[in-house]
Design a protein around this ligand. Structure first.
Ligand code: GLU
Ligand code: ZN
Length: 506
């Protein structure tokens, strides 16, 4: 077999001359963390790039592990990220149903077909026997493997077992000798020794299939042309190839995209603090920033371009440039990228998107509850324009700007600056108040000019004079640029705060 690592994008697109059909096939066993959407995004981008179809299929056959609400959560997250589904739950489509538990009869049909053709068999082993077998193998340091006991039962023995009412599973009868070649479009040929492929269960005692049978059947029946899934499935791929071959079906082009890893190079999980899409939304990450960030986990356009709009991503995406390793989820990078995206917003859009975060209840991260909602839009635009440079998430805004809306705060940092005393500070603030009282017009350039002149006159350093003014009007050490801040706060509020500061000095 030839290496086709260098298949061109056109060849990727026109697998067998067909329009691409790709699927994302999650198991709703929990609330998927954000890393899980990376694989979905690759599928979606490829479909949009090629004019193909993007299918969402819910692999819910492990009913014991199905988590309440997981499918809804997944679909909402998909929508939040802006990935539209061509076929799947909620939208339907000609290849449905798209929940595997609704396709049960199909799997039974193909399991039976495999039994008839000698590629599968009923296994009557009890959980106790399988458990003992596994322990024995462990003790001998052997890999866990079914010992083929039921593979060679006679028709009479099977009939007897069933007459006794023994429960059965269906196992795949793997090829015992030789090798199975998995051709991965990203990794080339991967060769597996058949002796290492387990006679894996295809159908469970409850009649539901395992992933191995279900996805092969569905990828075939749903006409999937490109199987794009995470690297964690490589070790099962020889089994899948054998099942495809046993059913006589054409195998889709297979792409094992790199697993999303934490910074410790282990598979990303909740343990790494990997957030869900919902948590990111609540913190004020922009979905377009998250999409851009996710696209770069295991894919790159070149060695420098990092920012892509959705349209640009669709144009730029190609499976050729998906890497085979090194797909690291870097939360710091996401926060940085999100900040860049926030700075790209017009102030009108930024305010419109930040308002809901500021107006939510204080307990959920909003402004103090004492501040009246709705907020004044024009004022909020001016306030946020001062913070736009510094915010990394929209959720940070409420804390950063709360002092623009309320006087109900304590000084976070001392009013009296280094090298100053009470009298000097009082004098500086009194002179500032008198200056600001008559300042006209009230805008930052004039404020700056006049205040700097006063500072020189008083012989104070910027850290001292401007520092005291900053704390007096905001209570804080870190704020937006002082003169712009005072300009936005307005005369009345500024003077009142200076008076308050003076009062606090006695
Ligand atoms: N149900 C599998 C999972 O959630 C899907 C793997 C695949 O894409 O084939 O990991
Ligand atoms: Zn058995």
């Amino acid at each position: 077999m030839t290496q086709t690592d260098h298949r061109t994008e056109e060849q990727h697109m026109l697998a067998g001359g067909k329009k691409p059909r790709v699927r994302f096939a999650p198991s709703p066993t929990g609330l998927m963390h954000i890393g899980g959407y990376r694989t979905e995004l690759f599928n979606w981008l490829f479909a949009r790039k090629t004019g193909g179809e993007f299918i969402l299929r819910i692999e819910d056959t492990d009913t014991l592990r199905t988590a309440e609400g997981a499918v809804e959560f997944l679909i909402e997250g998909t929508q939040w990220l802006g990935m539209d589904i061509d076929e799947g739950p909620g939208v339907g489509g000609p290849y449905g149903p798209y929940y595997q538990t609704s396709r049960k009869a199909l799997y039974l049909q193909y399991a039976n077909q495999l039994i008839e053709s000698g590629h599968a068999y009923r296994c009557y082993c009890t959980p106790e026997r399988l458990d003992a077998m596994r322990k024995e193998q462990q003790a001998q340091n052997l890999p866990p493997r079914y010992d083929h006991r039921c593979r060679y039962l006679t028709a009479e023995q099977r009939a007897a077992n069933e007459a006794e009412g023994q429960r059965w599973t269906v196992r795949f009868a793997t090829n015992l000798e030789g090798e199975t070649l998995v051709h991965d479009e990203l990794r080339g040929d991967i060769v597996f020794q058949n002796a290492n492929v387990d006679d894996t269960i295809l159908l469970k005692t409850n009649g539901l299939p395992t992933y191995h049978l279900a996805h092969v059947v569905d990828d075939h029946l749903m006409d999937i042309t490109h199987l794009i899934r995470a690297e964690e499935w490589i070790s099962s791929a020889p089994l899948h190839v054998q099942i495809w071959n046993a059913l006589g079906w054409e195998i889709p082009l297979i792409y094992h995209v790199p697993d999303v890893l934490g910074k410790d190079k282990r598979k990303l999980s909740k343990r790494h603090g990997a957030p869900s899409w919902k948590e990111l939304q609540q913190q004020g990450f922009l979905p377009e920033a998250v999409v851009n960030f996710l696209a770069l986990i295991g894919w790159s356009y070149d060695d420098k371009t990092e920012f892509f709009t959705r349209e640009e991503l669709i144009q730029a995406f190609s499976l050729d440039r998906v890497s085979v390793s090194g797909a690291i989820y870097d939360a710091e990078k996401l926060a940085w990228m999100n900040g860049v995206y926030i700075r790209k917003l017009s102030i009108e859009e930024m305010a419109q998107r930040t308002l809901p975060y500021m107006e939510r209840p204080e307990a959920e991260g909003g402004l103090p509850d004492g501040i009246q909602r709705p907020l004044d839009l024009a004022y909020t635009q001016r306030v946020l324009s001062l913070e736009q440079e510094r915010l990394r998430t929209l959720g940070e805004a409420a804390h950063a700007v709360s002092f623009f809306y309320t006087d109900d705060w304590d000084y976070e940092t001392p009013l009296i600056q280094k090298g100053m005393d009470v009298e000097g500070t009082k004098n500086a603030l009194t002179r500032t108040r008198d200056l600001l009282k008559g300042l006209d017009p009230w805008e930052s350039a004039g404020l700056e000019e006049q205040m700097r002149a006063l500072m020189t006159e008083l012989g104070l350093k910027p850290g001292q004079f401007l520092g005291a003014a900053r704390v007096a009007v905001s209570g804080r050490k870190a704020t937006p640029p002082l003169f712009q801040m005072i300009a936005v706060l307005g005369r009345e509020r500024t003077l009142a705060r200076i008076d308050r500061a003076l009062a606090s000095l006695g």
